[in-house]
Design a binder for this molecule. Structure first.
Ligand code: FES
Length: 94
């Protein structure tokens, strides 16, 4: 069975104002190598925006690991890293 990476994108007000809108197109912008291996969900608020130590919105999670200042590029990179099986993904887990 192929590995599936779970991406959850926050579309809450804080994240949306800080740029989450561009993450809505992640599915269309996924490289061919990732299509079929990434599940994308949207959340109203991940509940981490009120804690300054969590970093800068917009937020997303990749297999439960928090990604701050999320962009299509860093979400694709996180998916690639997880699917490659390489060690080194060092994001705080929510
Ligand atoms: S609005 Fe995104 S974590 Fe709260």
């Amino acid at each position: 069975m192929d590995k599936i990476v779970d991406v959850e994108i926050c579309t809450g007000t804080t994240c949306f104002v800080m740029g989450a809108g561009h993450l809505m197109s992640l599915a269309e912008e996924l490289p061919e190598r990732l299509k079929g291996s990434v599940s994308i969900r949207f959340a109203r608020c991940l509940g981490v925006c009120s804690v300054p130590d969590n970093g800068r919105p917009p937020f997303a999670t990749v297999n439960g690991a928090l990604i701050e200042n999320a962009s299509v590029e860093n979400l694709v990179a996180a998916c690639d890293l997880l699917l490659s099986g390489e060690k080194g993904m060092n994001y705080e887990t929510v």
